[in-house]
Design a protein around this ligand. Structure first.
Ligand code: IPM
Ligand code: MG
Length: 360
């Protein structure tokens, strides 16, 4: 397996180092080999060269089996430049059309919801990752004048909805095979977005009835989901959602699973030859840089996802097993930690990585 590693900014390199430590250990235990190539994209390189990443450099990422990303965001770089220039550019140019966010409360992790435990919070959000308000369509008219007009267009295509829905239905089927409910909830706003949400609603029900009759279908408005994720997270198994609403509800979901110290995500191109990118959800946390206090569990979870998802897409059972073993090791490690918050874990960043290796 060839992995491109982009440690990125701030504390990204520190947490990535722990994910790679765990990779080394699981590869030894499962007997597979891999090559790493570390790439210096991020804020420092941008400040040095004035370039975030070129078209050719993004295309060159196609030759890897997966990309492992630390964090993007630099205090000296204006917000938006690195996010758009690197993260969103890789997502779009490599057509990583699924943003996969497992929402699982691990044992021993503090949950801000009263009376909710690991048995209540175990679902996965499939967020469309290339369309909607993220398409960049729109513009200004009479910019800077009192009559200024700005438009930002919400794009929904049947093709884009269908390919994301198919991934979500297949995932719900796989969860059912693992003894989970195998129910898929579509999130939208059909009562107001009578075009974009309507397209998704019809695509969802037509595909479900025709191709996945064994998957139970449900629909929730996005504002209602913000209530139910808090009140009854146990309702959810697999959730599918367009890009912008998905961005918002996955931050809410990250908090109920214990916060940014544990939440990980994948930007997935499931097509043959597609290259996917895995990342911890937390930012670059510049003020903690170099202090060895950031929780690396999210980055180690991202490594677990990298192995599991790459294994599933390439039909490699050993990688799938490796990814699951890393997740189990995380579940054995979290109860030993005092807290999931930076500086309050009872261990350093490096020690948490070592604990996961010992648990393996
Ligand atoms: C996420 C992030 C990104 C997004 C930002 C950093 C551009 O919030 O991965 O959810 O909006 O998709
Ligand atoms: Mg987000």
């Amino acid at each position: 397996m060839n992995i491109a590693v982009i440690p990125g900014d701030g504390t990204g390199p520190e947490v990535v180092a722990e994910g790679l430590k765990v990779l080394k250990e699981i590869a030894r235990l499962e007997g597979f080999s891999y090559d790493l190539e570390t790439l210096d994209y991020g804020g420092d390189r941008y400040l040095r060269t004035g370039q975030v990443i070129s078209d050719e450099e993004v295309q060159a990422l196609r030759r890897y089996d997966a990309i492992y990303l630390g964090a993007i965001g630099h205090p000296d770089v204006k917000p938006g430049i690195l996010e758009k220039g690197l993260l969103l550019k890789i997502r779009f140019d490599l057509d990583q059309y699924v943003n996969l966010r497992p929402v699982k409360l691990f044992p021993g992790v503090d949950c801000p919801l009263k009376d909710k435990g690991p048995e209540h919070i175990d679902f996965v959000v499939v967020r469309e990752n290339t369309e909607d308000l993220y398409s960049g369509a729109g513009g200004f008219l009479r910019k800077g004048t009192p009559q200024e007009v700005a438009t930002q267009e919400m794009i929904a295509t049947r093709f884009g909805a269908d390919r994301c829905l198919r991934y979500a239905f297949q995932l719900a089927q796989r969860r059912r095979a693992q003894g989970k409910p195998g129910q898929l909830t579509l999130v939208g706003k059909t009562n107001v977005l009578t075009y974009a949400s309507d397209l998704w609603f019809r695509a969802f029900n037509e595909m479900g009835a025709r191709e996945f009759p064994d998957v139970k279908r449900d629909y929730n408005h996005v504002d209602a989901v913000c209530m139910w994720f808090v009140k009854n997270p146990e309702f959810y198994d697999a959730v599918v959602v367009p890009n912008m609403f998905g961005d918002i509800i996955t931050d809410l979901a990250a908090m109920i699973q214990g916060g940014l110290g544990v939440a990980a995500g994948g930007n997935i191109n499931p097509d043959p030859g597609g290259v996917s990118m895995f990342e911890p959800m937390g930012g670059s946390a510049p003020k903690y840089t170099g202090q060895n206090v950031i929780n690396p569990i999210a980055a180690i979870s991202a490594m677990s996802m990298l192995l599991t998802v790459t294994g599933e897409l390439k039909n490699d059972d050993r990688l799938v097993r490796a990814g699951r073993r890393v997740e189990q090791a995380i579940m054995l490690t979290c109860p030993k930690m005092e807290s999931q918050n930076a500086g309050r874990m009872g261990y350093t960043t490096e020690q948490v990585g070592e604990l996961v290796c010992e648990a393996l």
